[in-house]
Design a protein around this ligand. Structure first.
Ligand code: ATP
Ligand code: MG
Length: 562
């Protein structure tokens, strides 16, 4: 079949809401499936492909969202010359389009549509060269995340200022390619922006690993760009906790004496923080100040009040016995070795050590690095929320008090965020939720951006998700999750949520300020890739080990060493 050479494929015949319907022109031999434009052969009406709608009022860029053929009844026509036309039916092909943006007189594409075309507007296919001129605005420092799915010859670039200027969410079902997408993105960031500052919470040790416990870390980031820190060695000491966080940790609010305990803690904490830091001459010290105090002394204060007797032991003190439960709770935590890195800090046992901790944490320690990967995998699961909350809070406080915060924007990446920034008001996670939601609400003003990565968007804090300005959505086939993500997306992109189920592995739907238009992108695979490989099950089950060193497994479990 001869292929038509004009880019004109049909006319608008129906306009409803934001949806435009094109009726395609048939050729002599029926409906052509392809058009040759110069060197290119383009499909007509492929789902997701882009077309241009032109009329005198202006030009629009639109995406094909549906393609259908109908057989329409026709009155018989008496025509001797063309007997085939006498058949009583005719086929009609139509495409439904979603208008994405307007093309101005200067050839610039503006997202959103203010003026829709009229019936009869011409619909054209677009040559790649024109599409490139419209879409690939290679602004300075643009990050090339991959290629456009609809036109793999074209690069898909994101604007980093817009991407990290507001919070980012990377969502998709397990195995869809979130960690790979994140790695690919961050690898480009660190190579193109030598002064980037990223803190990455790595829950599974995917971004950095060691061949043996004594070997140095290797990871996904280029040499000399990342520092890997074992979360136990980062040692976030108890004395950084605020009064409210200490209450969350040590006091059981359902205890009958909880109010007395809380009030006493406040008093004791304040006096200890003051006493221990007199030498620093701080005038405005509060219960929340991040200064050292001795946890043993705090314990002793409680113990003393709990046992106090007056008048030579004849009368019980006013607080006698009120702290029994508190003391038991405290003791069990204090003696639990898993809390050592937190309750028995070795490096950070004075207020002066805060500087070093902050330096390590934001990558200004020795050696200076762009990315600080905090490996949370050695930390027991139930402690991760506490540690993550502290990391989130440190990031926030650091830039809150940093006078040069706007020159030093920080990105805090939270992998598997649903695990510690959950949606329900579960008490255990109140602290992290509060810290992260504060960053979500106020972080932008202080140059702290969140990137949340999750396979369970419905379980992730709604406050955090709804504050995101950019979404990189990977495949989501669960209908509830899809519906939820649809509600999160900005108005113009909602109808694109239908395609979430049909995305391939490593294909993202990028929506938000950073992408000029909502676009599907085939993400460049990262190099090196994170250690998140799917286990090649069929091979393991055919050729896998016959026996394992179970004693070693038990030993690792005992020693809490993975
Ligand atoms: N851009 C890509 N190109 C090619 N293959 C990819 C791409 N992204 C992901 N994959 C494949 O998908 C697998 C899973 O990817 P990844 O570990 O990123 O998934 P995930 O969404 O982070 O999963 P989980 O929720 O379980 O952490 C990878 O091991 C890789 O084989
Ligand atoms: Mg992952």
């Amino acid at each position: 079949m001869a292929m038509p050479e004009s880019s004109l494929i049909g006319r608008i015949t129906d306009i409803q809401g934001g949806c435009l319907v094109v009726t395609l022109f048939p050729a002599e031999e029926g409906f052509p499936s392809f058009v040759t434009l110069g060197q290119e052969t383009l499909p007509i009406g492929q789902l997701g492909s882009l077309v241009e709608v032109r009329d005198r009022a202006g030009h629009l860029l639109a995406e094909v969202s549906r393609s259908l053929e109908e057989t329409i009844e026709r009155r018989p026509v008496q025509d001797q010359a063309a007997p085939e036309k006498r058949r009583g039916t005719v086929r009609e092909r139509r495409l439904e389009l979603i208008a994405l943006g307007e093309i101005g007189k200067d050839g610039r594409l503006e997202p959103g549509v203010s003026r829709f075309p009229l019936i009869g507007a011409a619909v054209h296919l677009i040559a790649s060269s024109r599409l490139a001129a419209l879409l690939v605005r290679e602004r300075e420092g643009a990050l090339e995340l991959g290629r456009l799915s609809t036109r793999p010859t074209l690069k898909a670039c994101l604007d980093p200022s817009a991407l990290f200027g507001r919070h980012l969410a990377i969502l998709g079902q397990t195995g869809a390619g979130k960690s790979w997408t994140l790695t690919s993105l961050l690898q480009r960031v660190v190579t193109s922006m030598p002064r980037s500052h990223i803190v990455l919470l790595d829950l599974h040790g995917e971004y950095g690993w060691r061949a043996s416990p004594s070997a140095p870390y290797e990871g996904v980031f280029p040499d000399r760009t990342a520092r890997h820190i074992d979360a136990r060695e980062l040692e976030i000491p108890y004395w950084l906790l605020t009064y409210a966080e200490l209450v969350d940790l040590f006091i059981d609010r359902s205890d009958a004496n909880a109010t007395v305990q809380i009030a006493f803690l406040r008093e004791a904490l304040y006096s200890l923080r003051r006493q221990s830091n007199q030498h620093m001459g701080l005038e405005r010290l509060s219960v929340d100040s991040p200064v050292y105090f001795s946890i043993e002394e705090l314990y002793q204060k409680f113990k003393k009040a709990n046992e106090e007797k007056l008048e030579f032991g004849k009368v019980k003190g006013p607080l006698y016995g009120a702290f029994d439960d508190f003391l038991v709770r405290f003791q069990s935590m204090y003696n639990d070795a898993r809390y050592d890195f937190f309750l028995h800090p070795r490096k950070h046992s004075s207020s002066a050590s805060l500087e070093g901790l902050l330096r390590d944490f934001v990558g200004l320690g020795e050696p200076k690095r762009q990315v600080t990967v905090i490996d949370l995998s050695p930390i027991p699961v139930d402690l991760r929320p506490v540690v993550s909350a502290q990391i989130g809070r440190l990031a926030f406080e650091f830039n809150y008090w940093n006078p040069r915060r706007h020159e030093f924007p920080l990105l805090l990446v939270c992998e598997e965020a649903h695990q510690y920034i959950p949606r329900d008001a579960e008490t255990q996670y109140v602290g992290t939720r509060r810290a992260m939601e504060r960053i979500a609400k106020e972080g932008r003003k202080y140059g702290v951006t969140l990137c949340v990565v999750s396979q369970r968007p419905t379980e992730l804090s709604e406050t955090v998700l709804s504050q995101c300005g950019n979404y990189l959505c990977l495949r989501i086939s669960n209908a509830d999750d899809q519906e939820y993500v649809r509600r999160l997306l900005p108005e113009g992109a909602k109808n694109l949520a239908d395609m979430l189920a049909s995305l391939r592995r490593g294909e993202v739907l990028a929506v938000g300020d950073a992408a000029l238009l909502p676009s599907r992108i085939l993400v460049h695979p990262p190099n090196p890739a994170p250690a998140s490989h799917d286990a090649p099950l069929s091979r393991s089950w055919r050729e896998g080990p016959e026996d394992l060193d179970v004693a070693e497994i038990v030993n690792r479990w005992w020693r809490q060493m993975r």
